[in-house]
Design a protein around this ligand. Structure first.
Ligand SMILES: Cc1cc2nc3c(=O)[nH]c(=O)nc-3n(C[C@H](O)[C@H](O)[C@H](O)COP(=O)(O)OP(=O)(O)OC[C@H]3O[C@@H](n4cnc5c(N)ncnc54)[C@H](O)[C@@H]3O)c2cc1C
Length: 468
C-alpha cells in the first residue's frame, strides 16, 4: 500500500524518483532536507515538497521529468544569495554537488557546472593567467550571478559576465538536456541570459575568460562623518575615467567583527572601491584625488591577484538574514548623492548597512557580440542596498530602502539588472525589469518552452495563476 505523505504524490512516486537519481531525494520530514534548502539569505525559507540534491545532469533530467509529469512547480537552489520565498510545494533542484570547473587554457574558456561559485571559477582560471568577470562576492553562484547579468568588479573594462557566455547546457521542460548557443535554439539562448531560471534548469555553461592575472585595486576607507565630501568628490572623480577603471563608493555600517582591520571595525564608514587594469603607479596616481577628499582611515589599494577580488568590496561572506535590492540610475546626479546622504547617511545606527553606488558605462554600455535579454546596459550607475532582516530592524530595513528608492526616483532607469531584483519577486516587479519589447520577446519564449509555467520559483516572470 502506498502512503500519501501530505504531498501531491505518493511514496511510491517518490521511490521511483529516488531510483532514477544518484543524489538524495528528500521531503520535509527527512534528515538532510534542511541542508539542501538552506539559503545564504537566512531570512528566506524555501519549503519545496521535495528537493533533489542533483549529482549531475542525469539527476536534473530525472527531476524535471518527474515534476512535469505531476505538474509541480520547479526551482533551483544554488547558494541562496538570490533566494526568494516562493518555493512552497515545488520540486527544488539543489545544485551544490555540481561544482566542477574545467579550464581550457588554449581556448581561454571555462566550462562551469551549475553549483560552482564564482570564486571557484576565478580560482580555476588563475593558474593560467585567466579570469572570469567576477562580481563583488565570489560566494555568489556562477549560474545565478552570470545569467542575471553578472556585474563584475571590473565590468567597465570587460563588460558583464553574461556577455562572455558562449553555450549553455539546459534541461528544458520536455525533459531533454540541450546545448544551446547563438546557432542552436537561439531564442532560448537569448532568453536564458537575463531570464535565468524562467526557461529551464541549467546544468553548465561555457564562458570565454579574460587574460588577466593581477590588477591595481582595493579601497580607501573614510569616516562616515566625511561621507558628503567623499560622495560628491566621487561624482566628479569618475567623470573622465577610461574603461580601464571600474569603481564604486559605499556607505557601510560594519560589524564589530574581529576579522575586520581595527581602524574600521564596528564603524560607519564611506568606502571607495577601485579596480584598475593597468600599472599600479597609474592606478595610485588616479586614486590621489579621492585620497585628498577626506582623512583616510585605512587604505587597502595595491597590486592584487585576481583571486583577491573579494577584497575590493569586502561584501559580507557568512550567511545572514538580509533584505537587499538594487536599481539602475540614468544619471549619477548631484541629487542622487544628496538623496543617499539624506536617506542612508548621518546616523551611525541605521537599517541600511550597505548603500553602494557603482559607476557603470564603459564596456557595459557597448553592444555585446552575442546579444542577450539582459536589460539596462546604458544605465550610468547602480544603487544597491542591503539591510539586515532581523528584529528590531526587520521592518525598518524595507522601509528605509523604499524611502531611498523613492528619493532617487527622478533619476531611476526604466530597467533593472535581474541579478539585483533582490526581494522584489512579484511577477509585476520582475516584468518591470525589462523594456516592453524585450519583455514581449521573453514572454513569447516562455510560452514556447514552458507553456504550463512550471518554472515559477525565484524571480518568476509569471505567477502561479498565469499561463505561459
Ligand atoms: C552580498 C551580495 C553581493 C552581490 N554582488 C553582486 C555583484 O557584484 N554583481 C551581480 O551581478 N550580482 C551581485 N549579487 C546578486 C547575485 O548575483 C544574485 O543574487 C544571484 O542570483 C545569485 O545567484 P546564486 O546562484 O548564488 O543564488 P540562488 O539564490 O541559489 O539562485 C538565484 C536564482 O538564480 C537562478 N539559478 C541559479 N542556478 C540556476 C540553474 N542551475 N538553472 C537555472 N536557474 C538558476 C534561479 O532563478 C534562482 O532562483 C550580489 C548578491 C549579494 C547577496
Amino acid at each position: 500500500m502506498t502512503t500519501r505523505i501530505d504531498q501531491p504524490f505518493t511514496a511510491a512516486d517518490l521511490s521511483g524518483l529516488r531510483s532514477a537519481c544518484t543524489g538524495p531525494v528528500l521531503t520535509p520530514d527527512q534528515p538532510g532536507y534542511a541542508d539542501e534548502v538552506a539559503t545564504w539569505n537566512l531570512s528566506v525559507r524555501l519549503r519545496p515538497a521535495v528537493v533533489v540534491g542533483a549529482a549531475g545532469p542525469d539527476d536534473v533530467v530525472a527531476a524535471v521529468r518527474w515534476a512535469t509529469e505531476r505538474g509541480l512547480a520547479i526551482g533551483v537552489n544554488a547558494t541562496g544569495h538570490g533566494a526568494v520565498p516562493n518555493a512552497d510545494g515545488a520540486l527544488l533542484v539543489s545544485t551544490r554537488r555540481m561544482t566542477s570547473v574545467r579550464v581550457d587554457p588554449v581556448l581561454g574558456t571555462a566550462t562551469v557546472a551549475a553549483g560552482a561559485r564564482m570564486r571557484d571559477v576565478t580560482a580555476a582560471a588563475a593558474p593560467y593567467g585567466l579570469a572570469p568577470v567576477q562580481g563583488s562576492t565570489g560566494s555568489a553562484g556562477a549560474v545565478g550571478y552570470t545569467l542575471g547579468g553578472g556585474l563584475g568588479v571590473m565590468s567597465r573594462t570587460f563588460g558583464l559576465a553574461v556577455d562572455h557566455v558562449t553555450t549553455i547546457d539546459v534541461v528544458t521542460l520536455d525533459g531533454r538536456l540541450r546545448t544551446v548557443d547563438a546557432d542552436h535554439d537561439a531564442d532560448l539562448f537569448w532568453a536564458l541570459r537575463g531570464g535565468r531560471g524562467n526557461f529551464g534548469v541549467v546544468t553548465s555553461y561555457r564562458t570565454m575568460l579574460q587574460r588577466l592575472s593581477t590588477f591595481y585595486g582595493g579601497g580607501l576607507f573614510f569616516d562616515g562623518a566625511d561621507a558628503g565630501e567623499v560622495l560628491h568628490r566621487y561624482r566628479a572623480w569618475i567623470a573622465d575615467h577610461s574603461d580601464r577603471t571600474s569603481s564604486s563608493v559605499a556607505l557601510l555600517r560594519l560589524p564589530p567583527d574581529p576579522r575586520l582591520p581595527e581602524p574600521i571595525r564596528g564603524r560607519f564608514v564611506a568606502h571607495l572601491r577601485m579596480a584598475h587594469v593597468g600599472e599600479p603607479e597609474e592606478g595610485s596616481r588616479l586614486a590621489g584625488a579621492m585620497r585628498a577628499s577626506a582623512p583616510v582611515l585605512l587604505e587597502t589599494l595595491g597590486r592584487l591577484p585576481t583571486t583577491a577580488l573579494d577584497a575590493v568590496h569586502l561584501d559580507p561572506v557568512d550567511p545572514m538574514p538580509t533584505h537587499e535590492r538594487g536599481l539602475l540610475l540614468d544619471d549619477l546626479a548631484a541629487g542622487v548623492v544628496e538623496a543617499v546622504l539624506a536617506r542612508a547617511g548621518g546616523a551611525v545606527e541605521h537599517p541600511l548597512v550597505v548603500t553602494d553606488l557603482r559607476n557603470l558605462g564603459g564596456a557595459i554600455a557597448r553592444p555585446p557580440e552575442r546579444p542577450s535579454a539582459v536589460p539596462g546596459r546604458d544605465a550610468a550607475a547602480l544603487l544597491f542596498t542591503l539591510a539586515p532582516a532581523v528584529p528590531p530592524l526587520a521592518e525598518a530595513g524595507p522601509r528605509a530602502v523604499q524611502a531611498l528608492f523613492d528619493a532617487v526616483e527622478p533619476w531611476r532607469s526604466t530597467s533593472t539588472l535581474p541579478s539585483f531584483l533582490g526581494r522584489s519577486f512579484r511577477p509585476a516587479d520582475v516584468q518591470g525589469a525589462w523594456p516592453q519589447a524585450s519583455l514581449d520577446r521573453l514572454l513569447a519564449v516562455k510560452g514556447a518552452w514552458d507553456p504550463a509555467n512550471q518554472l515559477r520559483v525565484g524571480h518568476a516572470l509569471l505567477g502561479a495563476d498565469d499561463v505561459g
